[in-house]
Design a protein around this ligand. Sequence first.
Ligand SMILES: Cc1cc2nc3c(=O)[nH]c(=O)nc-3n(C[C@H](O)[C@H](O)[C@H](O)COP(=O)(O)O)c2cc1C
Length: 157
Amino acid sequence: MRIAIAYFSWTGNTENVAREIIHVLRKRHEILEARIKPLRDLPYLLWLILSFIPESKVKIEDCSIDDPDVLFLGTPKWTFSCPPVNTFLESVKWRGDVYLFITCGGFDEKRYARNLENKLKKLGFNHGDTLIIKRRFIRDDRHRKPISDFLERNGFT
Ligand SMILES: Cc1cc2nc3c(=O)[nH]c(=O)nc-3n(C[C@H](O)[C@H](O)[C@H](O)COP(=O)(O)O)c2cc1C
């Protein structure tokens, strides 16, 4: 399969999860990596304010995913909204199966995941499954097992 992994990561946790997903999937699949990057980085306070505005957007660098069979989309859980990811979803023309991976501190992440899953469906994507990983698992290097379980139960390994 051709699998695109598109992710935004501000402090590195989602990137760590993306790296591990890529490491595992690369053994059996062709991987297209697309990092979602805002054109301008902002200070924490501005990101925080924007994260309270549902559907807030910022300009991002060109981030094409080149017609994959499946998309893995990675995002941190930011209050109600992660602006670079909103912009990515608005700009991508491709439609198909999307698997979500979300990293978080551990506050209200399930509702956030449900909202994002509903948004994907409204936009016309097929939502496959969602992996949520708390940042302390990543810091303690306990994220590999949930990632491999997630990939296995969805038939990617
Ligand atoms: C602006 C902002 C808002 C956040 N809001 C939440 C939140 O509502 N709930 C939560 O569990 N974590 C929240 N976090 C923590 C991040 O979700 C968590 O640290 C995540 O792993 C960061 O991913 P990254 O390192 O890939 O940027 C927030 C972080 C930032 C910067």
